[in-house]
Design a protein around this ligand. Sequence first.
Ligand code: TXA
Ligand code: MG
Length: 326
Amino acid sequence: MTEILPPDEAGLARAAALLRSGALVAFGTETVYGLGADATDATAVASIFAAKGRPHFNPLICHYPTAAAAFAQVEADARASLVAERLWPGPLTLVLPRQPDCPVALLAGAGLETLAVRVPAHPVALALLRAVGRPIAAPSANRSGQVSPTTVAHVLAGLEGRIAAVLDCGPCPVGVESTVLDLTGPHPFLLRPGGATLETIEGLIGPVGRGIPHAVAEAARGLRSPGLMVSHYAPSLPVRIRASDVAADEALLAFGRPLAGAGAVYSLSDRADVTEAAARLFDGLRSLDAEGARRGLRRIAVMPIPDQGLGLAINDRLARAAAPRG
Ligand code: TXA
Ligand code: MG
């Protein structure tokens, strides 16, 4: 059963308590309804992908009540501060480098070194963000492959019974998603047109690139040769998937009961739960990479993971990490 919560004090308190406990709550913004989870809780973030039925771990936008709260977790330069001052709260998302001590789960950013942040212009959404006191990761609140929802009825049509609650924020006034602006490089880049117009943004910070940005072209190249990916998404050690045995000079990414004999072990999920494994995947790859380098191991071996539920997304990422490098 999915609770429908009114946008009053009691409804907000309930929505905030659910989010703080790791549950999923959909809420309205000025653009579309988002499917929210505590961004600092990797398991809660993993359950977003499970509820949406997403076959890949797309990076998610983190929502904050103020620019100051957002900029405490990402590196904002003068351009970011300027657009934020003029356009937040509003339908603009900024992609910026994560701060080293950023508490947002790696899975929320799909393992990237960057994070997408935004301050939505909706009074109920802002009240919710203040009440939770943590960043909220939220993709649009639809099943994967369906269009974004702009009413509670749209949300329920796709997600009834799959999420704890939806906070009724009325129909979304903008109705298209936020503009996504990449400010990680020397030249600003439009990653997705949306609610904030290009003209307004260019009026503030000058020309904004469009088409295929350098970083994206590099990343696409990285799909075939992960060693080249600018995102540092792929580990530096080679990856061997569907391992049924493991050598002493290999690090093991285990699923279920670990194979014996590895030089190092990271357990994705002792109880072979794919949602728990998804929550730990990027941390596991990074940990084994670092430990493998320290101990002179030559490879990461990964135990088989079923293609069910989030297993499909996990295996998609692992297959890329294991692809031959150019
Ligand atoms: O209006 C909106 O933005 C809504 C509301 C709920 O805030 N959210 C939304 O989220 O549309 P979603 O997940 O459907 O779209 C997020 C977009 C995707 O195109 C994703 O690739 C991009 O933002 N994105 C997120 N993090 C990124 C990152 N670190 N680097 C590049 N792109 C990123
Ligand atoms: Mg979407």
